[in-house]
Design a protein around this ligand. Structure first.
Ligand SMILES: [Zn+2]
Length: 291
C-alpha cells in the first residue's frame, strides 16, 4: 500500500446499521487504508420517530456504533446527528404539520446539545427532501431548515446538508441562507455532491463529493475545503446500491500512486478541509491507529 504513514484517510459521510454489515464494513475500510469516518445517524427502527425519546434512542445507537468501531476496528468515527429532513413528510401526515415541526425542532435542539457535550461533531443531515412535497409540508421543511442553521450557529458547529443536486445559484442561495442564520458558509457542507464545484463559485459552501472515480480525478487538485464520501448505507436489502465503504481509501491509494498527482494532494480533503470546517485535525498515531 502506498498511502503515507501518518496520513488520516477520511470518509466524510456514511451510515452504519446495527442490523447491517456494520463492523465488517469498517474492517474493509480499515484494510483498504481508511482511518476516520464521519458517521451520520439514520432511522434504525424502520418507522419515522414520532417522539423526542425515539430520536434520543436513535442518537444513542449512532453513538454506540461509533464506540464499537473504535474499540473493535481501531477506526475513529465521529457522530453527525439530526432528525432526517424527510422524516417531516411522514410525521406531518401522522401528527399534523405543526406538531411535526415542533418535534423536529426539539430533535434539532437535542442534536445541538449532543454537539455541545462533544458527543457529536456536526448537525446532519439537515435540509430538504430531494423530491417534490406538498405546499403544506414545504413550508414546514423551510421552517425546520432555518431552525437547523440557527441550532448549528448556537452550538458552533457545521451543518451537513441533504438536498437535491444544486446548481451554482442553488449553492450561493444556501450560503446566503446560512449567513442569514449567522453561520459562516464554510460551516455549510453540501453532502452527496455529484459534480465538481468550481473553486470560488459556491459562495463558500463546502462540497462533500461522492467518491466516484471520474469525479475524484476531476477535483483532486482543487484547493480545499472539499471532502470525499461514499454515503454508504449499510442496508443488506440494497447491496451495491451505493459505493462500498472501502471506496475512499481505494481512491486515495490511486491518487497516491499516480505520478501526476501524489499523496501530498490527500492532505487537502482528509486534514486541511476538516480543520477549516470543523476546527480540528484528525490524527494518526505513529503506529497507524486513528486517534
Ligand atoms: Zn446520508
Amino acid at each position: 500500500m502506498s498511502l503515507p504513514r501518518g496520513l488520516p484517510v477520511v470518509d466524510h459521510h456514511c451510515h452504519l446499521s446495527p442490523n447491517g454489515d456494520g463492523v465488517r464494513a469498517v474492517e474493509r475500510f480499515r484494510a483498504a487504508g481508511g482511518t476516520h469516518l464521519f458517521l451520520a445517524t439514520q432511522n434504525y427502527e424502520g418507522t419515522v420517530p414520532l417522539s423526542l425519546e425515539a430520536y434520543g434512542r436513535q442518537f444513542e445507537v449512532t453513538s454506540r456504533l461509533a464506540q464499537k468501531v473504535h474499540e473493535e476496528v481501531g477506526v475513529r468515527a465521529y457522530p453527525v446527528l439530526a432528525p432526517y429532513p424527510i422524516d417531516l413528510v411522514e410525521a406531518s401526515t401522522k401528527l399534523g404539520p405543526a406538531a411535526a415541526l415542533e418535534l423536529h425542532c426539539s430533535a434539532l435542539d437535542l442534536a445541538g446539545r449532543w454537539v455541545r457535550e462533544k458527543r457529536a461533531v456536526a448537525l446532519g443531515e439537515v435540509g430538504r427532501p430531494h423530491f417534490p412535497v406538498s405546499d403544506e409540508v414545504a413550508v414546514v421543511v423551510e421552517e425546520a431548515f432555518r431552525h437547523a442553521l440557527q441550532a448549528a450557529r448556537d452550538s458552533d458547529c457545521p451543518v451537513v446538508v441533504h438536498s437535491s443536486d444544486l446548481t451554482a445559484d442553488g449553492l450561493l442561495a444556501l450560503a446566503a441562507q446560512g449567513r442569514e442564520a449567522g453561520l459562516r458558509p464554510e460551516r455549510v457542507v453540501k453532502h452527496y455532491s455529484r459534480s465538481r464545484v468550481a473553486p470560488g463559485s459556491a459562495g463558500g459552501v463546502v462540497p462533500s463529493y461522492l467518491a466516484r472515480r471520474d469525479l475524484v480525478r476531476e477535483v483532486s487538485t482543487d484547493p480545499g475545503p472539499w471532502f470525499l464520501e461514499t454515503d454508504y448505507l449499510d442496508d443488506p436489502k440494497r447491496p451495491g446500491a451505493v459505493l462500498d465503504l472501502a471506496t475512499v481509501p481505494r481512491r486515495a491509494t490511486a491518487i497516491a500512486e499516480d505520478p501526476a498527482q501524489g499523496a501530498d494532494r490527500l492532505w487537502v480533503p482528509f486534514v486541511e478541509s476538516v480543520e477549516r470546517v470543523y476546527g480540528w485535525r484528525p490524527e494518526v498515531s505513529p503506529e497507524g491507529a486513528a486517534e
